[in-house]
Write a protein that binds this ligand. Sequence first.
Ligand SMILES: N[C@@H](CCC(=O)N[C@@H](CS)C(=O)NCC(=O)O)C(=O)O
Length: 277
Amino acid sequence: MMRIEHHVCFGGAQEVWQHHSDVLGCDMRIGVYLPPQAKDGPCPVLYWLSGLTCTEQNFITKAGAQRYAAEHGIILVTPDTSPRGDDVADAEGYDIGKGAGFYVNATEAPWSAHYRMYDYVVDELPALIEASFPANDARAISGHSMGGHGALVIALRNPTRYRSVSAFSPIVAPSQVPWGEKAFTTYLGADRDAWALYDATALVSSELNERLPLLIEQGRDDEFLANQLKPELLQLAAEAQGQPITLNLRPGYDHSYYFIASFIGEHIVYHARAMKA
Ligand SMILES: N[C@@H](CCC(=O)N[C@@H](CS)C(=O)NCC(=O)O)C(=O)O
């Protein structure tokens, strides 16, 4: 692990680290915000998964989350959104390839060589964080858009590993919208049965042993709301299964980090309560 950025921030530090990922077979960058409380002992960790086109930088420079993490003693971990490097497959367009890993383990060539973001976020990343930083084993997960999809899927499939989950403007039913259909066809192949494991709405509709409450923040004026996000599909599936869900529709807000910055404080309080309970 090599530290490539260090900035004192709200009494703690915003850092960026680079490490070799065995799961992805490439070097990866991670944003790590250490609150001032981390100097005195282990703190809980909130993992943030970003959306299409993002790196580890978008959340740490735009969301304004450090103020709240410092107040509540939460470490923020923000991985990149895909494998990186010259030998990693890529494609034209922002919605496939680098910056668009969709938090799946790809099964189709050439993607399957490196695109294993599901295993990276679920296993390798927390093991690395908990071995390298003053982190305890209380974890929460959140994300935006493609990253909101990742956070929901990962928490639904691993409910005992996370104390809480939330999502901003998530892709809740990737099998039913253009972004998801394109990505899943590319990474997972044409067989839609393989897609269900990475589709929050399909997962909620299946038998789950444990059901973490879902907290969703969504701007009503989000330009992707009607054709890519469709949070009502998840809400209907959750209500049919008795899965607790809170969908906050916020008039006027769009898909951008201005929306995230407006509500990230409330989400950090939510996760801090769950992780300290
Ligand atoms: N570039 C795409 C949209 C990509 C996009 O909106 N990305 C969101 C996540 S899905 C984002 O966080 N962008 C980076 C940023 O706002 O900092 C387009 O023009 O349609």
